[in-house]
Design a protein. Sequence first.
Length: 81
Amino acid sequence: MRENPIIAKKKMYPNGEYYYLLEIGDQIIGTAIDSDGGYLAHSRRKVVPTLRDAAIQCIQSKINQCSKSLEKWESLLSHIK
């Protein structure tokens, strides 16, 4: 099995609540909080059992955002051609 490349750094918001900063190498993936015995990735609704799963959710969200942006730019390009 491959080594887990995800680094989870426990941080604190100014209001005193804790969260995890999720990184792979020097790339920040996103954030997650403890919730109902699992973890909740930032701007997600589904609690997942591990920080690895939360990191996967963060990456999938970024891929979806990029995909939508790419579709917009491709559409604009098609109007020029």
